[in-house]
Write a protein that binds this ligand. Structure first.
Ligand code: GTP
Ligand code: MN
Ligand code: MN
Length: 377
């Protein structure tokens, strides 16, 4: 039949890393709802439930058109009983009662606000909520001891919750590029994260830095951070040393997924003139200081990788988070391999597999190459 597209079930491969997920989404109402439930689960330390909702949302994002009938979902992977109930509710009633009540719950709202502070995770937020702290003013009044990251996060809260534009990301790329060039002329820098996937906004700007000569990347991060600090460009930074040693996990043992690159989590001071479009912060009467200021705070992540691990680092830091998780699950469950942002390890052969490009890594994993702009799972 020609006209039965509405009842023909969609077909989607089960791992997100087998699919091409662009930024186009024909099912945003459904995926926003499932993502909200995922976020609520993650904020409540229920990671398993969180992943289940994320996977379900990613399957709907991959569909070529809007879902209108439950029968279209027959045979689709990753749609559990709970997700199907939410979808059914929305298709039949226009909204999911569970999503609406979660959205309105005081606990969810408080968790969102408190974990929106840079440096505050769900465990800290949960403790504060149990102590009666539900918003920023109550936190300020409580006399809670904040660490350096949390103090900076609270101070720059309004700026940091404001999405970073592509123009701002490019301005910061220019600044960091000049900084890298002046401390190590041969070093290379790549924009990773959401902006590499073609997103037009982000919650931060992510960079990966390497040096064409193995070993010459050592010591680069401290020099880079000093240079940025000397120019007054950093409102906050915390650098973590590289702690990765290939094979250090014991002979014949797969490497852990934990990332051990030298990295710097920072808050940049971006001047209005540097974007050429003025500060992006809202200049409202409620925040007159933002209107008078000629700069805004932007979260920036810097990672340094040796060239031998660069392809793995690039793949690992481009995201999306779910795409990365699915790549590692595919490697482990389907190929008997362990993938991290440092290396690919063949568990059966007990050896590392080299790669110098993302294309090679996909090939080693037996996957069709998916370009960054199609990794928006
Ligand atoms: P927005 O910043 O909101 O636009 O999204 P994003 O996709 O850029 O997310 P984020 O900046 O949080 O992370 C970018 C990529 O880095 C994602 O693929 C993450 O999986 C990855 N990433 C973040 N933190 C870590 C980490 O500690 N280790 C490793 N290996 N990867 C990380
Ligand atoms: Mn990012
Ligand atoms: Mn980041």
């Amino acid at each position: 039949a020609v006209n039965d597209s509405e009842v023909t079930p969609f077909s989607v491969p089960s791992y997100a890393c087998q699919r091409r997920s662009t930024l186009k989404n024909h099912n945003a109402v459904l995926t926003d709802s499932l993502s909200l439930l995922a976020e609520n689960a993650e904020l409540s330390d229920e990671d398993g439930r969180g992943v289940a909702f994320r996977r379900a949302a990613a399957v709907l994002k991959a569909l070529p058109s809007a879902v209108t009938k439950m029968s279209q979902l027959k045979g689709l992977p990753c749609l559990g009983e709970h997700s199907l109930r939410v979808i059914k509710d929305i298709l039949e009633n226009g909204a999911s009662s569970e999503v609406e009540s979660t959205k309105e719950s005081e606990r969810f709202k408080a968790l969102k606000v408190l974990t929106g502070i840079f440096g505050v995770g769900s465990k800290t937020a949960d403790r504060w909520i149990r102590e009666g702290i539900h918003n920023l003013q109550q936190l300020r009044d409580s006399g809670q001891t904040l660490n350096r990251a949390q103090q900076a996060g609270l101070e720059h809260y309004d700026d940091i919750k404001q999405p970073v534009s592509l123009a701002e990301a490019e301005a910061i790329r220019g600044i960091v590029g000049r900084a890298v060039a002046s401390v190590s002329p041969e070093a290379q820098i790549v924009l990773t994260g959401g902006f590499r996937r073609g997103k037009l906004t982000g919650h931060d700007v992510d960079f990966l830095i390497t040096h064409p000569e193995e070993g010459s990347e050592v010591g680069l991060m401290p020099k880079l951070v000093s240079w940025l600090e000397s120019q007054g460009l950093l409102l906050y930074q915390k650098t973590t040393r590289n702690s990765y040693l290939e094979g250090s996990e014991g002979p014949g043992r797969p490497p852990s997924n934990i990332d051990r690159f030298e990295r710097c989590l920072s808050i940049f001071k971006l001047s209005a003139g540097q974007t050429g479009r003025g500060v992006q912060s809202e200049e409202t009467a409620a925040s007159p200081s933002a209107a008078e200021r000629r700069w805004r705070a932007v979260r920036v992540d810097l990672v340094v990788s040796p060239i031998s691990q660069f392809a793995f680092a690039l793949l690992g830091w481009t995201g999306s988070k779910l795409f990365e998780r699915e790549l590692r699950r595919w490697a482990g469950h389907e190929k008997g391999m362990s993938l991290s942002s440092h290396a690919l390890y063949d568990n059966k052969q007990g050896r590392y597999i080299r790669a110098s490009s993302e294309e090679e890594i996909f090939a080693h994993l037996g996957l069709e190459f998916i370009p960054p702009t199609e990794r928006n799972a």
